[in-house]
Design a protein around this ligand. Structure first.
Ligand SMILES: *[C@@H]1O[C@H](CO)[C@@H](O)[C@H](O)[C@H]1NC(C)=O
Length: 306
């Protein structure tokens, strides 16, 4: 099947993904970092799959079982969305998948584009995506280290660094996802108190998804525009040809005219689509008339969801 409908994101946050891998022997601290970008764990295997990793000084009996793997999610829950993250593996509380075998944590992760904000307890902050929409990556209310939000606090209030309010992510996502702006308060009244007597903070990571889209549809096909529960607003549109690469596969001759415009494209598309949640537009001479006979054309539209 030929791919005729090409949807491109304009101003999409560039995803600079590169695979990272971290192996940590049980009981030690696993540290995941992203130079720029935010940690996004792909998988963590807790167990043992070879005899050499984390084997120094151990008897064979503790490393012989190489068929021990359990997939765990606690590291993803704690680290996703942070620039750097440290977890003490014996505090994760994961059930033992192979008693008597010395195990390690093998985490594979990417670094993704996004923003991260920290609000100290009882503080407020507003996430702002401008014209874009907020998409929460992760959130925690609690305390995961002894350096964030500590200025002037007595030690006793910051000693517990293994404090996580389990419903933070779902709560923040429900409050903010899909909005342009969202004000959050780091309060135990909202997130409950996961560690009484410890001074907490709210960590939120998010990205802004663009609300402007470009869609290109080759002649003879139908463009489908959708905005979820928002409404279409057509920004620009042309049926014709303005370059020799778009919709050109296998067409040496019919693409030489790159100065082909239909003057009323925007008017026709706007009349058909503006204000609707979805809409289809035929990229045909029948709908737009033919501005350059003999040229293979395409319909290019830029629209936003408002
Ligand atoms: C760690 O996990 C990765 C990805 O699943 C795998 O390719 C690699 O062999 C594992 N390493 C060890 C020592 O288990």
């Amino acid at each position: 099947m030929v791919l005729t409908l090409l949807t491109l994101l304009i101003a999409a946050p560039c995803l600079f993904v590169y695979g990272e891998n971290m192996i940590t022997c049980y009981g030690n601290v696993q540290r995941l970092t992203c130079g720029t970008g935010l940690v996004m764990v792909k998988s963590t295997i807790y167990g043992r799959t070879d005899r050499t990793t984390c084997s120094t000084g151990l008897p064979l009996s503790q490393v012989a079982n190489t068929d021990c793997t359990s997939k765990i999610f606690t590291i993803a829950e704690r680290c996703n969305g942070l620039k750097e993250c440290e977890v003490k593996t014996d505090l994760l509380g994961n059930p033992d998948p192979c008693f008597g075998t010395y195990k390690y944590y093998n985490t594979t992760y990417d670094c993704i584009d996004g923003q991260n904000t920290v609000i100290c307890e009882q503080g407020y902050s507003t996430l702002d995506c401008g014209g874009g929409l907020i998409q929460i990556i992760n959130a925690n209310f609690g305390r995961a280290n002894s350096v964030t939000c500590v200025n002037g606090l007595p030690n006793g209030l910051i000693q517990n660094t293994n404090c996580y309010a389990s419903k933070t992510f779902t709560t923040v996502a429900a409050m903010c996802n899909g909005k342009n702006k969202c004000t959050l308060e780091a309060s135990k009244a909202i997130f409950t108190d996961p560690c009484y007597g410890t001074s907490k903070y709210l960590t939120v990571s998010y990205k802004c998804t663009p609300t402007i889209w470009e869609i290109v549809t080759c002649e003879g096909n139908t463009a489908v525009l959708t905005c979820g529960d928002r409404h279409l607003k057509i920004i620009s549109a042309n049926y014709g040809r303005t370059d020799s690469t778009t919709c050109s596969t296998g067409l040496p001759i019919q693409i030489s005219n790159t100065n082909c415009y239909t003057t009323d494209t925007l008017y026709k598309v706007a009349a058909r689509c503006d204000g609707k949640t979805s809409c289809d537009v035929p990229a045909t001479n029948g709908f737009f008339s033919d501005p350059c006979v003999g040229t293979y054309k395409y319909l290019k539209m830029v629209y936003s969801c408002v």
